[in-house]
Design a protein around this ligand. Structure first.
Ligand code: SF4
Length: 479
């Protein structure tokens, strides 16, 4: 294997740097690491004499024919000299995938949601990450504006793919203003460089009404359509404005980053979509989707579910989503949720949940769909599930998706309704990383405030499984 370039522990702007870089959290049973005797709590400090900056570095370097692995355990250094066969499954999960912290952005997007959230929410929410490693590992979106030449070379050399790129607009001047960074204007050059390197990427537009939709969106789509099949999909989501964001906009407060001073004098005014504007986006997308169907075999351009739900338009069918390439970003999650319900209704016998009751708390946007879905579920299973829509008082009613509800919002609506029946909340409300809700509440604390069991669930299959277990337990107690 040729020597690789490994950037030194980053001198760039980072946040959430782990106190113990390279800490092993989990060793999978039956893995190569377990065979070697590596344990949770060990620290991987280097491979072949090179320090590591993240888990990607580890996996790249540890693929060599011969590996010298340095591991620190309780202050002692263990050195493993390994002849590799090439098909080893390392099975190491690090406590933090990036040993040098999370790279933060050098932008000042006028619609930045992180700048719109109040104090007191979970710490990780305030991290303005723009880190290509998280983009590859977890699907978070990056702007590519903070990449040094060394970063580009590393992406190319280690084939860090796929990436998820916030494009917003291919018009250089407009993208500079939308991203708040004079380096943002070279996006098409950046995407072509990814393409030349064989890196797959998904693109995203955060649409701001009257700014980058309409003719500007046509221009962006025309430019993106010139790219080959390394571009895997394009998503367009409406801008989100919390009540703090609205105040910020109404006071015309701009974000104060040094780079803003060198921008062209283009002030972006951000507001939410009105009904007719959202319908216009759906109508504008359709001919593009037809063109992409013909050219690429799927609609390729996917609108955020909000466009359909807020206009009362039917969400597209499963075939439209072509494998749901951007479901991590919530694109097509409503159709996926309904598909899972249909699957349950096809599989499950009728009447199996007679006598079981529960409540689902959801955001106001999905409420009509959720009520309809619960009615179908109840009619088939015999359960009595009620749906309660919860307004987002914490961030403001314009933020109406279930995943951004806080514990205090749920308490405000359901505190006076304790009981034996469980309350199901969206599992998207709970951080996978630390189990916290947006306002730092934990699920057991929420349960205690509501005096009823609270269960995060993804869909009706999860709910059915939980109710079936409870019904069985109840039958055993009665026997
Ligand atoms: S890239 Fe833009 S939206 Fe993302 S964190 Fe930075 S300023 Fe906010």
């Amino acid at each position: 294997m040729s020597p690789v370039h490994v950037s030194p522990i980053s001198l760039r702007r980072v946040d959430l740097a782990p106190s113990v870089p390279g800490l092993v959290e989990v060793v999978s049973p039956g893995s190569f690491a377990m065979e070697l005797g590596i344990e949770p709590g060990d620290r991987v400090v280097g491979v072949n004499g090179q320090p590591l900056v993240d888990a990607l570095d580890f996996h790249f370097l540890a693929q060599a024919d011969q590996v010298v692995l340095d591991v620190e355990r309780a202050g002692s250094l263990l050195r493993y000299q390994l002849e590799m066969e090439g098909d080893e499954f390392w099975g190491i999960t690090f406590a933090d995938p990036t040993f040098d912290g999370v790279r933060i952005c050098e932008n000042a997007c006028p619609f930045c949601f992180i700048k719109q959230i109040p104090k007191g929410m979970r710490r990780s929410l305030y991290v303005m990450d723009d880190d290509f490693r998280y983009s590859m590992l977890y699907g978070s979106f990056v702007t590519l504006t903070n990449l040094s030449e060394a970063d580009w070379e590393r992406i190319e050399e280690q084939h860090i793919s796929p990436l998820h790129v916030s494009v917003h607009s291919t018009n250089p001047e407009l993208r500079q203003a939308l991203v708040g960074n004079p380096r943002a204007g070279s996006i098409m050059d950046d995407l072509r460089r990814l393409e030349r390197a064989g890196i797959d990427f998904h693109a995203q537009f955060v649409l701001v009404p009257g700014v980058n939709d309409g003719a500007e969106m046509d221009r962006s789509l025309t430019d993106l359509a010139t790219l080959g099949d390394r571009l895997k999909s394009i998503a367009a989501v409406p801008v989100g404005l919390s009540r703090f964001g609205q105040m910020r906009q109404s006071k015309q407060i701009r974000l104060s980053r040094t780079c803003m001073r060198t921008l062209p004098d283009k002030q972006i005014s951000v507001r939410r979509y009105e009904l007719d504007e959202a319908l216009a986006v759906i109508a504008q997308a359709e001919p593009w989707q037809q063109r992409f169907w013909a050219e690429r075999g799927n609609p390729f351009l996917y609108l955020g579910d909000e466009f359909y739900l807020m206009t009362g338009s039917p969400v597209p069918d499963t075939a439209h989503y072509g494998g749901f390439p951007q479901i991590e970003d919530g694109i097509g999650i409503t159709r996926h949720f309904l598909d899972r319900l249909d699957g349950y209704l096809r599989r499950a016998k009728t009447g199996t949940l007679e006598g079981m009751a529960a409540t689902i708390a959801c955001g106001t946007l999905i409420e009509p769909t959720m009520r309809e879905a619960a009615a179908r579920f109840n009619a088939h299973s015999g359960a009595a599930i009620e749906v309660v829509a919860v307004r987002n008082e914490y961030l403001g009613g314009e933020i109406n998706v279930s995943g951004l509800l806080t514990g205090s919002d749920v308490v405000a609506v359901l505190a006076d309704r304790p009981g034996d029946a469980p309350l199901f909340i969206s599992d998207r409300m709970v951080s996978q990383r630390n189990g916290l809700l947006l306002d730092d509440m934990r699920v057991p604390e929420l349960a205690s405030a509501l005096r009823r069991q609270v269960i995060p669930a993804a869909d009706f299959s999860d709910i059915a499984r939980e109710l079936r277990t409870r019904k069985t337990q109840r039958a055993h107690r009665a026997a």
